[in-house]
Design a protein around this ligand. Sequence first.
Ligand SMILES: C[S@@+](CC[C@H](N)C(=O)[O-])C[C@H]1O[C@@H](n2cnc3c(N)ncnc32)[C@H](O)[C@@H]1O
Length: 254
Amino acid sequence: MGRSTLVRLAHSDHPIASPLSDARVDDLLRRAVGGRASVLDLGCGDGTWLLRALRQHPGLTAVGVDTSDVGFEQTLAQAADAGVADRLTLVQGDAREYAGDAPFDAVLSVGAAYAFGGLAPTLDAARGHLAADGLLLLGDCFWPAPPTQAVLDGLGGASADEYLDLPGTVDLVTRHGWATVHGHVSTQEEWDDYEWAWTGAPARWAVENPDHPEAREVLAEVEKHRDGWLHGYRGGLGFVTLLLHPGRAAVAGG
Ligand SMILES: C[S@@+](CC[C@H](N)C(=O)[O-])C[C@H]1O[C@@H](n2cnc3c(N)ncnc32)[C@H](O)[C@@H]1O
């Protein structure tokens, strides 16, 4: 089975590939890009964050970078329908190597810190793309409590040092010279909505297309994922989205 089939199906009911509600996404975007001219999304998924930003903020231009172009075509078609396609560029490539058009007024990186090797290198990469008075919207997982073996197993063999706890996450950001100007911790409802959508939409597709050559594998994959969630990390994995300004050191020194 092509991974792209599963990804496309998994996000069909929840295009934002992070545990955030639509209302919260709109609120975070308003805070991050409202009144700004340019935004870069590192690990943009199918570009849905940017499409929403462009619809709501007429003065904005947006660039998204992702190794996968799954969903790009659909998002660009939606952008054309909305009359914002001339302000949207989606680039298939490695966000660690993206070198275009700096500096941006805002950078998004939500759920993609793993691509950079963790939080600290993600902060460094974002700083390289950001204007001095820009804003970074950063979303990443954290441990709400020390992870049990079931949580680690549910995440496919994660290690306990993969994430920090919530205070440790914010402390790391602060140590790296960023001021936290807003934050949101995903609720259990947001997590559940995300996981039910992620697992439910492909399961529905599989049972409605039993003769499709990928149906059996899609169903097996999402049931394995759902087991890892329900028997493992449900309630044991947090997600925080922070709005960060790069200029803390100018105020606090260091
Ligand atoms: C959890 S998804 C989040 C997508 C999007 N930010 C969202 O919230 O809807 C993580 C994304 O990071 C992308 N990714 C992983 N490694 C990457 C890399 N080296 N460069 C660019 N994107 C990468 C994946 O393809 C995936 O789309």
